[in-house]
Design a protein around this ligand. Structure first.
Ligand SMILES: *Cc1c(COP(=O)(O)O)cnc(C)c1O
Length: 397
């Protein structure tokens, strides 16, 4: 079964991250196969992107059908999937208007521009946005400036001005940063890259009340937590609040490059010339988005995400007790195991290199592991993943 490992010549690929000496060639459901025929149980799923796993038949069908019909009429015209997906998203959320983009960072750039535009029209040019320590909003200059990742403030200095960082789940820290120029507060309902830290209900609700009373917009970045990941279609729906602006990415395309900026009628104040993008709302990607959202909304699907989240949570808790770790946290199928020691990177490598089958997980902080499997992962695959982890934890103990 195992051929000798192939050598890889990737010298022309720009070096932006340390990649292992293997090439991924095929995927099905929760499993990836590399160029040597080795299989991996995939609990990364393209960083919470492939919400329906690899090779989802509905998505493939939508992509093929649309490719044959119309790939790109230009963003100057309406197209059927663009309208269909906009309607689907607004019918199932508190928002009225949708702009499609190609990446989460681009959707967030749009949210920042929309908030600033609204500030120009409605709040004497207010432009400051309060974001949070350890938040992640993308890798463009403005979204890096919005992010609270340590070290990012000096990395490509000077930053885009106007972003101030508060502490998550601490309303007083937000209040301290408010000035007459504050136009919005932007946050992830669950901080993903920051280590899977959910916003508390009390904080989200008091933040909504405070921002409303002070004529400040509330922007939720649901690029990672949206689209069924937490067990509701959108993460803000757990809190009984309605934000003014939401961004989506990752899961909305199920693996293809698609993202969205959503706003209520009261806030959607762009006029022609303010916002655009060559591929915005292109039918090939939005057709896939329709297939993804329809599958998430199928009867029972989101309930099963909640149940699978509970299973993963209880399995991780038993591991934590068994190995005296620091517990687990998260929402739905976005979860973290708190290791209590900086062994995350080592476990990630051991898991991937394990034979005969590897496991793909990630460690956004050295003292924890993050899990973001397909939302239709099998219960047995969740148990299998935890059994592999058990074996690895014994190894490093
Ligand atoms: C991944 C992520 C982004 C950036 O999305 P890209 O598609 O990589 O640009 C923004 N916000 C959050 C919360 C994310 O997890």
């Amino acid at each position: 079964m195992h051929k000798p490992a192939q050598t890889i010549d990737a010298h022309s690929v720009m070096f932006i991250t340390q990649r292992p000496e293997l090439v991924m060639v095929e995927g099905k459901g929760s499993w990836l196969t590399d160029n040597n025929g080795k299989r991996y149980l995939d609990f990364l799923q393209g960083w919470a992107v492939n919400c329906l796993g690899h090779g989802n038949p509905g998505m493939i069908e939508a992509l093929n059908t649309q490719a044959k019909k119309l790939i790109n009429p230009s963003p100057a015209f309406y197209n059927e999937p663009m309208i269909g997906l906009s309607n689907l998203l607004t019918a199932n959320s508190c928002f009225n208007k949708v702009f499609f983009a190609n990446s989460g960072a681009e959707a967030n750039e749009g949210a920042i521009k929309l908030a600033r535009k609204w500030g120009q029209l409605n709040k004497s040019g207010a432009f400051e946005i309060i974001t949070f320590d350890h938040s992640f909003h993308g890798r463009t200059l403005a979204t890096m400036s919005a992010s609270g990742k340590p070290g990012w403030d000096t990395m490509f200095a000077p930053q885009v001005p106007g972003f101030f960082k508060a502490d998550l789940n601490d309303l007083d820290s937000v209040k301290k940063l408010v000035t007459k120029n504050t136009v919005a507060v932007m946050l992830e309902p669950v901080q993903g890259e920051g280590g899977v830290i959910p916003v508390t209900a009390e904080f989200m609700q008091s933040l909504r009340k405070f921002t409303k009373e002070n004529n400040i917009l509330l922007i939720v970045d649901e690029v990672q937590a949206g689209c069924g990941r937490t067990g509701t279609l959108f993460a803000y729906q757990h809190y009984g609040i309605e934000p003014d602006i939401m961004t989506l990415g990752k899961g909305i395309g199920g693996g293809v490059p698609l993202a969205a900026l959503l706003a209520t009628d009261a806030i959607a104040c762009f006029v022609p010339g303010d916002q655009g993008g060559t591929y915005n709302g292109n039918p090939l990607m939005t057709a896939v988005g329709i297939s993804v959202i329809e599958q998430l909304l199928a009867p029972g699907f989101l309930d099963s995400v909640k149940k699978k989240g509970e299973l993963l949570s209880s399995e991780l808790l038993s591991l934590s007790e068994e190995f005296h770790l620091g517990g687990e946290r998260g929402q739905g199928l976005l979860r973290a195991l708190i290791l209590g020691k900086d062994i995350g990177g080592k476990l990630v490598d051991l898991a991937r290199d394990r034979a005969p089958e590897g496991l793909l997980i990630n460690s956004p902080r050295p003292n924890l592991l993050r899990f973001m499997p397909a939302l239709n992962v099998a219960d047995d695959e969740i148990r299998q993943m935890c059994n592999i982890l058990r074996e690895l934890l014994k190894q490093v103990a």
